[in-house]
Structure formats: structure tokens, C-alpha cells
Design a protein around this ligand. Sequence first.
Ligand code: GLU
Length: 484
Amino acid sequence: MPLPDPLRVRFAPSPTGYLHVGGARTALFNWLLARRYGGAFLLRIEDTDRARSTDESTRAIFTGLNWLGLDWDEDVTHQGANIERHRADAERLRAAGAADRCFCTADELAERRRDAESRGEAFRYDRRCDRLTSDDVASRVASGVPHVLRVRVPDGDTAWDDLVHGTISFPNKDVDDFVVLRSDGTPIYNLAVVSDDIAMGVTLVMRGDDHISNTPKQILIYRALGAPLPVFAHLPMIHGSDGKKLSKRHGATAVGDYAALGIMPEAMINFLALLGWSPGDDREVLSRDELIALFSEQGLLAAASVFDPAKLEWMNGQHLMRAPIARVVELVSPGLVEAGLATGDWLDANADWLRTLVEQLRTRARTIVDLVEQARPFFGSDVELDPDAVARQWKDRDAVRDVLRAANEQLASLDSWEPDVLEQTLRALAEARGVGAGKIMQPLRVALTGRAASPGMFDVLMLLGRDRTLHRINRALDHLVAHA
Ligand code: GLU
């Protein structure tokens, strides 16, 4: 199916909570399609539900989209600002004979529903208000009798060619005459969506599968308003690993939570892109530019996809490794400051050192939070000893003391602090003592980093520098004496 020209897509979240991963995926697919084909990506905040919509949620949506780097074109539309147009469109439906006033009260409808159900029938609005005379209607309207506006669903079927699912067809007999305007004059969701999509010139509506049942109603509204239909694309649901619809039970579902967990936005969009789309080969790790270049409606998948947090973390590790080092530094720096390890000014003043540190650590980390944690021993003069590392690597305290004293002596006597000199020195020390290099490096690693795992020893020595290295070895010796 050819894509519409011009291509105008939109993301239309309801600001009733945070930006969840399902919404972010919908936003991303729309954005990718627009960026791939030079279309427009519009943002509409569906805030007509005053009771549930909050400014805080609207802000969370902006923050989430900004974090993911999904920039929108044109001004943001706030649905709540368009109620007059929604009403005017409802009036056009009535004038066209596609919708009529209905004076039935909620109680009357509930009673008829009960009756129908007690007969084992599905309730349908019986169009009894159509039998009112026009004088009767006019006098009720004049005297302010509350009424809604209901679309009269015609006979036949309503079908569309869905970009994801192919032809979808609903028999109209299954679509009840639906309300488009409440008795207080506020529009019902399906009317507001169509009215706004027409006004915004949206030509392709891509959204979650959960909107499929709204689509026949919306198509009937388009037709009655004489507006061209957009192309519809309904994206499959996202499931948790147990095959059930993704929910908080499965862990974090807010985009902001993943930012806080140290996921990079480029990894998040890569991961989300593969929930319901495939590039057609087995490539998985794709940059933002690659995603734009490869994205196409042909790769949209109809089956539900599974949100696997372990895979997201793996993918983040891949992006950490591949990103330009300056990008990783940019992402890690605020975390280092927040953890109280350094000030922003200090990091700026030590930019080369920081680049080296990040370069050393990024292959070992899966997330930004992880990287900050692993960077901890490289800041400050002293280091916190991990009791497990001490228990494992400093078992034979006398031997360790000897080794650290000897290392201290050798390192203190060096005039130059270069990787090859350091390596020769420590290897010579191991040889002189008749032990493998590990017998020197492992206790030394604990003395210098407090931990049993770290980047390579010579990198650690270079990152710490001479003074801190000697200081930490001496503190380790103090500790060994105190805890002998
Ligand atoms: N506001 C709706 C939602 O958040 C989306 C409406 C649409 O995309 O048509 O689910």
C-alpha cells in the first residue's frame, strides 16, 4: 500500500500518567516513519478528560520525548483547546443527518440494558428518539431538556486496509449508535480524535492495537463529515516475558524509570524500535541514523512483541561500547556529580583523565549507573575496601603485607610513571619473589580500588597516578597491621 503524500503522522497521548514504553514505542514508530520519508511528526496532547489529565503528566510526556530525542514538528496541539471545533463538527454530523439528538436518560438506558440482558440479548440503542416529531424535538431543545448527540450507524460493514494487519472489517450491526456529544456539550473521545486529525491534516494514523475497535466509529465520522480517510496502522501489543500485556508487574514501564536506571536514550529507541518492527535481517544494534534509514512500513510486524529488560540492558551495553567516547562522558558526568564524586568544574578541568577512565570502564559496564558505580574508586584519595574482596584476596595477611611493602618500595623508587615501566617493575617483582604475577596484582588491586575486579592493573595505576597509588598502598598496609 503506498504511503500517503503528504505524510503527516501524529502521536496523541492522553496526559493521565507517565510516558510508558508502549506510548514511547508508538511515538517512535510515527517519528521514524516521518523522518524516514520526510513527513511531518505532530504531537497532540489529548487532555479533554479534565478530571484525569494533569499538567505534570503533560510535562512527563515532553520530558520523555525530549530524552528519547523524538522532536516534533509544528506547534503542539492541545485537544482541550479545540472543543468549539469539536462541537461544530458534531453539529455538522447532525446537519448531514448522520447524528441525531437523543433525550433518553442514563437511567432509562440502564433499564433497557438490563431488560435486554435479562432476555439474553446484547443491548442496542433502539433509536426511539428518531420517532419524536420535529416539533417535539424543537420544544424539548427550547426548554433545555438535556440530550446527547448520537451517530446513526448505517447498515453494512466498515472496513479499512490496515497498514499492519491488512483488511479489517466490522459488521455495522456490531457497532451501536454511539454518542459523539454529551449532554453538557463536551465531545466524546472518538469525535475529538477525528475532528483534530482532520484539522491537523493527519494522513496516517499509527497507534496501538487497543484502538482497533474505535476505528470503525471514527471511519463513520470521517465519512459523514465528508473528509478523506487517513491510512490506519495498528501496532501490536507489547507483552511481558510471561506473554501477558506489559504492566507494572513486569517491572519498570515508565520511560523515565529507564533513564534513572542508566539506560541510554539511543539504546532505548533501538530496543523499542524492535518491538513490532524488523529491519528484515538479523541486525539488532542500530544507531538512530541507521534506524531512520532502515525504517519502513514493510517491516511492521503484526504479532505481539515481548519486552525483555535483560535484552534492553544488553543492548545498552552494546551502545555504551559503540558510542563516541564524548557521548558517554556527557551521559556519565551528571551521575558522577550526583554521586558526589566530583564537581562539574573538576571534571571539565580533568577532561582527558575522565575520557580515559570512561574508555576503561565502558566495556565492563552495562548501564550508565553501573559505570558511575565502577568509577567510584577512581575519585578521592582514599578508597573503601569491599569486605568480600578483602576476605578473598587478602586471606594470607602476612604474605599480602610483604607483597604490598615490596610493591610500594619498587613503585616509590620509579622516576617515571608509564605503563611499560610499571609493567616491567611489577613483573620483575613477581619474578624476584618466585610467584605468578597474579599473586602481586590481586592483592594490589584490592589495595588500590578496594575491589576484586577493575580495569587492568597498569591502567588502574595510570588512572590513579603515583601519589594516590602510594597513598592507598600505605593505607592498605595500615589496615593490614590494624587487623592483623
Ligand atoms: N489518546 C489515545 C491514547 O493515549 C490515542 C488516540 C489515538 O492515537 O488515536 O491511547
